[in-house]
Design a protein around this ligand. Structure first.
Ligand code: SF4
Length: 471
């Protein structure tokens, strides 16, 4: 066997505490993030076993899925949401876990606050009962979503049983075109691989495009890894990563920082290390993307027309059913299609860089009268930055309102639901049937595409509204 190791191997192998013969491996988990949806049953299971949380200091709780995004100072009206939020608070208190509940200054979406406070670190293993835990891979961590019974397992043992995934490397070289964002890069990859193209793999992203990308952009890309079936995605930590995490609340300091840095600098794939699969794309082939169907793989360059069934992989009947749900036809252009809602937010695109991009287009323009827009920061920290940087003034002058942090319209688990039959251009991560509300129709896109739709009331190529100097 080759002595050269991939980044993934280095992090995975250093966390194996037990090998089960002909079975999975037992991994130590450095950080466990919990929220109100998948944790109540897990805590109940723990109680029924008479077990306790093994490492409360490695466990962090925040409320996000069920939280309202207006009037957070008032009692939560929805009884189910209120119960879930109360259960999280009580369980956290009982087990000595830090809890950033509704109204807490550090509250926000679990995958936004983890990096913001330095909980997310290179070389760590991180799990959470949410599929988009893959976000944290942007820091060179192995991060993946787990189910409720696994949440219980990690609470009790700080370990998890997992078969080791295969390894895939996706290289993208060159320079991104004008108006192309990390979200477009991710949607492009998924459109090429389909939603099952990376099933069974853990992906490393490599090449100039990812090296040049901001940490926030890397988080967007890793976040969407799950949408092509991958267990997770990761990017080797570099100077940009270290600068991002330095000085954050949970980041090591002093000699512990020096020791950590000495290790973190080794976290890169060795020259000559091999992958089970390797794919390469050119940055110049990517344009702003938009989805037209009911899975994230049904995406295309915004200037293209909806493919015919014989141009795509998968069954014709399923493809036609998907287009039927969206009320779109094969061969149609997406540009010019009227829309009803715009959502900027979620753990995919709810960070300050996303709101800056949105502001760059809506500045000096007005919200289209036919559009309901939800601008939802991923955390209070993002909300504060929006205000401090003057973006809120830009939004207000353009006729937009800023809401309070939460998962919001990423999924129909709170009050922000898109009504049946309505179209939403959304910066979130899933466009499944009913994901944003029963009968809702979701078009996934970048913050730039969302902004262009918000001011024109229809699907619009953002490049037409951008200054040529902005990229
Ligand atoms: S924004 Fe969506 S994907 Fe992200 S944590 Fe919330 S529900 Fe999950």
């Amino acid at each position: 066997m080759s002595a050269q190791k991939t980044l993934f191997d280095k992090v995975w192998d250093s966390h194996v505490v037990h090998n089960i013969e002909n079975g999975p491996q037992v991994l130590f988990i450095d950080r466990h993030l919990v929220h109100e949806v998948t944790s109540p049953v897990a805590f109940l299971g723990l109680k029924n076993r008479g077990a306790d949380v093994l490492y409360p200091k490695r466990t962090f709780a925040t409320a996000d899925h069920n939280t309202p995004t207006i009037n957070q100072h008032l009692p939560v009206e929805d009884p189910l949401s209120a119960n879930q939020l109360r259960a999280l608070e009580q369980n956290a208190k009982e087990h000595g876990i830090s809890h950033w509940g509704l109204g807490h200054e550090k509250n926000g979406i679990v995958h936004v606050v983890g990096p913001e406070y330095g909980i997310t670190q290179p070389g760590a293993t991180i799990v959470c009962g949410d599929s988009h835990t893959s976000t944290h891979g942007a820091f060179g961590a192995i991060a993946f979503g787990i189910g409720t019974s696994e949440v219980e397992m990690v609470l009790a043992t700080q370990c998890i049983m997992q078969p080791k995934p295969k390894k895939m490397r996706i290289n993208i070289t060159g320079t991104l075109n004008f108006g192309v964002t990390p979200k477009d890069v991710a949607l492009y990859i998924i459109s090429k691989l389909t939603t099952s193209g990376a099933t069974g793999y853990f992906v490393e992203y490599a090449g100039d495009v990812f090296e040049d990308m901001s940490m926030e952009g890397r988080m967007t890309v890793c976040n969407l890894s799950i949408e092509m079936g991958a267990r997770g995605g990761m990017i080797a930590p570099d100077k940009k990563t270290f600068e991002y995490i330095k000085g954050r609340e949970f980041t090591p300091t002093g000699t512990a920082w020096d020791k950590a840095m000495a290790y973190w600098k080794t976290l890169k794939t060795d020259e000559g290390a091999t992958f089970d699969k390797e794919l390469s794309f050119n940055a110049s082939d990517i344009e702003p993307m938009i989805t037209y169907g009911t899975n994230p793989g049904m995406g295309m360059g915004i200037s293209k027309s909806i493919p015919n069934a014989d141009q795509v992989e998968g069954g014709k009947a399923t493809y036609e059913k998907s287009l039927g749900y969206m009320a779109f036809n094969q061969g149609e252009d997406m540009i010019g299609k009227p829309i009803d809602f715009v959502f900027i937010g979620s753990c995919t695109n709810g960070r300050i860089e996303d709101f800056r991009a949105f502001a760059s287009i809506v500045k000096g323009r007005q919200k289209a009268t036919n559009v309901t827009a939800w601008l939802v920061p991923g955390s209070h920290k993002v909300e504060s930055a929006i205000k401090e940087e003057g973006l809120l003034d830009i939004f207000t002058e353009a006729g937009f309102e800023l809401r309070e942090p939460g998962c919001s319209a990423c999924l129909a688990m709170n009050d922000d639901k898109v009504p049946a039959g309505k179209y939403a251009v959304s910066t979130s991560n899933r466009n499944f049937e009913g994901r944003q509300g029963p009968g809702s129709r979701t078009l996934l896109a970048s913050p730039l595409v969302a902004a262009a739709a918000a001011v024109t009331g229809k699907v619009t190529d953002p490049r037409e509204l951008m200054e040529a100097t902005v990229n």
